[in-house]
Design a protein around this ligand. Structure first.
Ligand code: GDP
Ligand code: IMO
Ligand code: MG
Length: 441
């Protein structure tokens, strides 16, 4: 059995798309298990740039089955648009499978998302506006429309008869406008169902069968640990379980089926939207990370807030996900900085805190305690690929010292080092004979 999960350890946008695409070269199946079109996973292959929102990152590699699990909330319009874009690049949708149990993001969920944000005013979450919160709320309240409903007109009509009046009323109360007519929703869903029917199946059966047959299955997380509905910076979170625990419910497999959990960690920290961010930099260094790192949201285009690496956050992720190892991305972006800071703990009310607090007011008082490391020279063009081809030991000593510090402090080995956007700017220490890094291999 060989299964592997790729999970975000911070507030999303760690480079999960790049790492999933890299690891997918060796996989038979890539499965999304939560989130929806709020995700934006950027993958660069030569001159091509893809920002995937709903399609698993395996879709770009021929021969792989790409599965949208039951835990994903599916915006059918967004999905069809994305399918068309990827098809236009000459890739096939033959391998796409969509769970018949996944919930559908309805037009009114997007409208409710906007209306709720307006109601929250200055205390808004800063959602992506993709209807994620309202859709998951309806799922839990048992007011959801599922993919399987699209294939049965009578059942769908009955579901809408119950749900539609409540949603219409809810939108009116929140001051939202533009509720589509019930018949229009019904017609659209049925036609979308017809077009997508060949992709729809019981994906839990599919994935479990693949695992039993010894196929290599990769679970692709969306968002990140700090955006997890239970363990993130609530209420400034998304509405699903992004952590590895979400894989079992979001795919329909047992916990014993997950072999390896890779945590993707950006070499610094970013966050889009509102909420606590103890190591945020609002100075020139923050601006430099934003510009050099190209830190603009792949879904909404918003500028990401930037700050130093926070190992309190990473340790939180190590524990919650049972991480086997880390994939560290964007080391090239830190090149050219004289002294690099890494937060190892917080000081709150005069006391040292090693764990991430639940309380927002305690977080507001948290002062990062930093460890300082010497930086390294800027990478010139092609340097990332050169280091990658020569292997880990060719990296500048200060980069290795940085990675060693992270690995020891987080208590996890590092498996992957990413030095640029492309596949060939990646080092997998697994394929290295003698990794000098703190390692349990
Ligand atoms: P995701 O949501 O976790 O998949 O991450 P995003 O795609 O939203 O954001 C990560 C961005 O960083 C993308 O534009 C990637 O192409 C880019 N990226 C990933 N790894 C690296 C790296 O090692 N170096 C650089 N410079 N860019 C990277
Ligand atoms: P990927 O998969 C970064 C953030 C939003 C907002 C909060 C709630 O690309 O890492 P939502 O629309 O989910 O209700 O918004 O979560 N958010 C993300 N931030 N990367 C993402 O996905 C995100 N998906 C949601 O900005 O703060
Ligand atoms: Mg992203």
């Amino acid at each position: 059995m060989s299964t592997l999960a790729v999970i975000g350890t911070q507030w999303g946008d760690e480079g999960k798309g790049k790492i999933t695409d890299y690891l997918a070269q060796d996989a038979d199946m890539v499965v999304r298990y939560q989130g929806g079109a709020n995700a934006g996973h950027t993958i660069e292959i030569g001159d091509e740039v893809f920002a995937l929102h709903l399609l698993p990152s395996g879709i770009l590699t021929p021969g792989i089955l790409s599965v949208i699990g039951n835990g994903v909330v599916v915006d059918l319009e967004a999905l069809e648009e994305e399918m068309a874009k990827v098809e236009a690049s000459g890739r096939s949708m033959e391998g796409l499978r969509i769970s018949d149990r996944a919930n559908v993001v309805m037009r009114y969920h997007r409208l409710l998302d906007g209306a709720e944000e307006r109601q929250r005013g200055e205390r808004g979450v800063g959602t992506t506006g993709r209807g994620i919160g309202p859709c998951y709320s309806d799922k839990i309240a048992r007011h959801g429309i599922r993919i399987c409903d699209l294939l049965e007109e009578g059942a769908l009509r009955e579901r809408l008869d119950v749900i539609y009046p409540m949603k219409k009323r809810q939108l009116e109360i929140l001051g939202g406008e533009g509720m589509p007519a019930k018949d229009e929703l019904l017609r659209k869903l049925l036609s979308q169902g017809k077009r997508l029917e060949r992709h729809i199946c019981d994906t839990s059966v599919l994935v479990n069968d693949a695992i039993k047959k010894g196929k290599k299955v990769l679970f692709e997380g969306a968002q990140g640990t700090m955006l997890d509905i239970d363990h993130g910076t609530y209420p400034f979170v998304t509405s699903s379980n992004c952590i590895s625990g979400g894989i079992c419910t979001g795919v329909g497999i047992g916990p014993s089926m997950i072999n390896e959990v890779v945590g993707v960690m950006k070499a610094y920290t970013t966050r889009v939207g509102s909420g606590p961010f103890p190591t945020e930099l609002t100075d020139e260094m923050g601006k430099m990370l934003l510009t050099k790192g190209g830190e603009f949201g792949a879904t909404t285009g918003r500028a990401r807030r930037c700050g130093w690496l926070d190992l309190v956050v990473v340790r939180h992720a190590v524990r919650l996900n049972g991480l086997s190892n880390l994939a560290v991305t964007k080391l090239d972006v830190l090149g050219g900085i004289d002294k690099i800071k890494i937060c190892t703990s917080y000081e709150i009310d005069g006391k040292v805190e090693e764990n991430f607090p639940a309380s927002l007011s305690r977080l507001q008082k948290a002062r990062p305690i930093y460890h300082e490391l010497k930086g390294w020279e800027d990478f010139t063009a092609g340097k990332g690929a050169e280091f990658a081809s020569k292997g880990y030991d060719s990296l500048p000593p200060n980069v290795r010292a940085y990675l060693d510090f992270v690995s020891k402090n987080a208590g996890t080995p590092i498996r992957i080092v990413s030095l640029g956007k492309e596949r060939n700017e990646t080092i997998d220490l697994r394929s290295h004979k003698k990794p000098t890094i703190h390692s349990f291999y």
